[in-house]
Write a protein that binds this ligand. Structure first.
Ligand code: FUL
Length: 727
């Protein structure tokens, strides 16, 4: 932290322009609606907005929101089979962590600032991490601790040791249970599992029901008894929130880590999985991924609203489970900080997944990123420059809460001033509403005054539980918060200003079609040091100046240095296979204009091949055949989904053939599926069970994530490096 400079008076004027005049008048008698409210049939939009602003969280939702950051642990047979979704046929014998230590997980996560740990007690493969009495498919039939181990028990006692809350993820979709699809029987089985989890391990603070299910059109159709599931949780663990396919906590709608800019915790989206709720959402055309769930435009069409706050779940690695080839792809401190500002800073709770490895430990690389993340946060929040200052001025009503943070509920158009003892330079603002009184603010701006001139600093929309804003450093004599519009009287509980430590952007590693590597930095004046032999880049490594040729593939590691080489960012790694320099498209369905087939072999993930989506179009399957121009040994292939936000045409089911002569073809694997690509559309690497010598390959897209007739491919690539070299 730099020191705070010369003494000056900081005045913060709060201008409030509440759109509904007089709405605060009855503040003391205002009715609050816990959890949600149904509008009267005749309600006008203004009435709906007012009623929506009176919706407040249930106590358990409020307690949950205050945690801000929680952790996910994805751990099961997939950890050992290297899969994202097991199919339920995995033998129990594969589950055998060699150095299992739940204490190490909880200590690491607690030190990183997480307040709860949620474990995948059972993922889609059906394997239970606790010695359940409901199935044989559990730890008790694994070699781990001779079948005497219980992951949940160890986790529970570690949570007690480190003062962490404890949550469970139980996948309704179960690919192992024989009864799955026989609805009443499976519901009984699921309730029995839930009952064990909610009674054997003490207090549970979050129950996470996943919505995923990928059984094909001919697969089993299970009707879940949500009513009974929720009822059991409420009876056995009344303080636990039920998340995602639950009624208390909403999935933000993406697994990228980035929440909405405008995030209302009061939504027209109806919570949970029950049929009446699904019907409401069907009528409004809403899903958790809809861009807008709570604006006035949506309220206008809705007949009720709910307190349904958002949870941003994201993995510290590309996948949810541990994969050794992702050891180099752990999110950097820079990325984690970015995610923090886009989740916690946008009225959401961050649920960060940190998957233990095959030893049963959180990997060293993940620990390093978490450590850096925590020290960033400590440094960011070390000095609240407005701490202790209090609003004053005519017409201001205010209160100072126990934390000595600023809390005020101005009514009408008033100005309030804050006095701080010293002048400040800052680049982060934090605002909070007291959500126990509802969410009100719809838009606001911050202004600063330097000398005699006021200037606009930044605008924002919703605040909610917490809003963080970042901007280039400013020094100001006065700061003004303008509430531009609000659903009734605002209740601002915190207004703080901080100075963020400098954080070095990750270098971006690109390779073109010919195989030339370019390294880019967003940090001005950064010097990028790199290596090509797998070693860690240091000050003494070569500096990147011009493109470096890497047509045959290899490993690029690089790192940005700033401040005369005294500070550096995280190491970024990219493993490249052979460049598509000699590749030719032999066959591909005609592209939509501007989305040529060549785009999928140009090394640029920002361009894509896309088949037409309009008019008379050819449906699935779409087939592409590529001539690599030379005979190579293939160990697998890669598919990179389109880069933009719109994921339309992303492939889900596929086949992959190879050929030496372009005439005789070999099928490399039975038709495959990119597990979880719909929610987590990252680059997919598929390894074959044995290598194939070939010059041509054929990728057949059989279905896309939303069953569209068209296909989109940003890049298609091959794996010619044996797995032993890649890790
Ligand atoms: C998804 C699942 O399918 C993923 O495997 C992961 O568990 C994620 C948190 O939720 O729906």
């Amino acid at each position: 932290m730099k020191t705070i400079s010369s003494l000056s008076k900081i005045i913060i004027a709060v201008l409030l322009a509440l759109f509904a005049a007089g709405c605060g008048r009855n503040e003391k008698t205002k009715t609050l609606f816990s959890g949600g409210v149904i509008f009267p049939d005749t309600a006008s939009l203004a009435t709906k907005e007012m009623m929506a602003s009176q919706v407040v969280p249930f106590e358990r939702q409020y307690e949950w929101q205050k945690l801000e950051m929680t952790a996910f642990i994805h751990f099961t047979v997939n950890t050992f089979t290297n899969k994202e979704w097991g199919d339920g046929t995995e033998p129990e014998s594969v589950f055998n962590p060699t150095e299992f230590d739940a204490g190490q997980w909880v200590r690491t996560l607690q030190e990183a600032g997480m307040k709860m740990v949620i474990i995948t007690a059972k993922h889609h493969d059906g394997f239970c991490l606790w010695p359940t009495e409901t199935t044989e498919h559990s730890v008790k039939n694994s070699p781990w601790r001779d079948g005497k181990g219980d992951v949940l028990k160890d986790l529970r006692s570690a949570c007690d040791r480190y003062g962490m809350k404890f949550g469970i993820y139980l996948s309704p979709w179960d690919r192992n249970a024989k009864s799955y699809g026989d609805s009443p029987e499976y519901n009984r089985f699921f309730l029995a599992q839930l009952n064990e989890l909610l009674t054997w391990y003490g207090r549970v603070d979050e129950v996470w029901f996943d919505g995923a299910c990928a059984e094909g059109p001919n697969g089993k159709k299970q009707e879940y008894d949500w009513e009974a599931y929720y009822g059991l949780v409420h009876t056995l663990q009344p303080d636990a929130v039920i998340a995602v396919m639950g009624e208390d906590v909403r999935w933000v709608g993406t697994e990228s880590g980035y929440g909405r800019d405008t995030e209302w915790s009061v939504t027209a989206l109806a919570p949970g999985g029950k049929n009446d709720m699904k019907e409401i959402n069907g009528k409004l055309g809403l899903s958790p991924s809809s861009p807008d769930l709570g604006s006035s435009r949506i309220l206008d069409r809705a007949d009720r609203v709910f307190w349904y706050p958002s949870e941003v779940d994201v993995s510290i690695r590309p996948g949810w489970f541990y994969h050794p080839e992702e050891d180099n792809r752990v999110k950097s401190v820079h990325k984690l900080v970015d995610i923090y500002f886009s989740s916690v800073g946008k009225n959401s709770l961050l649920l960060l997944n940190v998957p233990p490895d095959r030893r049963g430990l959180i990997n060293e690389n993940d620990m390093a990123s978490l450590k850096g993340f925590r020290s960033y946060l400590d440094s960011l929040y070390s000095v609240d420059m407005l701490k202790g200052s209090r609003p004053y001025g005519q017409g201001t009503s205010y209160a100072i809460d126990n934390d000595n943070t600023t809390s005020w509920s101005p009514e009408g158009k008033v100005s309030a001033e804050f006095a701080a003892p010293v002048s400040i330079t800052f680049n982060v603002a934090m605002l909070q509403e007291d959500i126990t009184k509802g969410q009100h603010v719809d838009s606001f701006t911050l202004d600063i005054r330097k000398g005699y001139e006021w200037e606009h600093l930044i605008s924002g929309t919703t605040i909610g539980y917490k809003r963080l804003l970042r901007f280039p450093s400013v020094t100001a004599d006065e700061v003004r918060l303008n509430i531009i519009s609000s659903r009734g009287r605002a209740h601002i509980s915190t207004f703080s200003l901080f100075r963020s430590p400098e954080i070095i952007a990750d270098p971006i590693i690109n390779r073109d079609k010919e195989g030339n590597i370019t390294l880019l930095s967003e940090s001005p004046y950064a010097v990028i040091k790199y290596t090509l032999d797998g070693s860690e880049p240091t000050r003494n490594s070569p500096s990147w100046l011009n493109p470096v040729a890497l047509p045959d593939g290899g490993i690029v590691k690089c790192r940005s240095y700033i401040n005369n080489m005294s500070d550096s960012g995280s190491t970024c790694t990219e493993i490249f296979d052979i460049a598509p320099a000699k590749w030719k498209i032999v066959k591909a369905d005609a592209p939509a204009i501007g989305y040529e087939a060549e785009n999928m072999i140009d090394g640029d993930i920002r361009t894509m091949y896309h088949t037409p989506w309009d008019g008379e179009i050819k449906g699935m399957p779409h087939e592409v055949t590529i001539d690599m121009g030379e005979v190579v040994t293939l160990y697998g292939f890669t598919y990179t989904p389109r880069y933009d936000e719109n994921k339309s045409g992303t492939v889900e089911r596929y086949s992959f053939y190879v050929s030496e002569d372009g005439i005789k073809w070999t099928n490399t694997l039975s038709p495959g599926i990119f597990d979880n690509i719909k929610n987590n559309p990252v680059k997919q690497t598929v390894m074959f069970s044995k290598p194939h010598t070939c010059r041509y390959f054929r990728f057949i897209a059989r279905t896309s994530i939303n069953n569209e007739k068209w296909v989109s491919i940003a890049e298609i690539g091959v794996v010619t490096m044996p797995p032993s070299v890649r890790h």
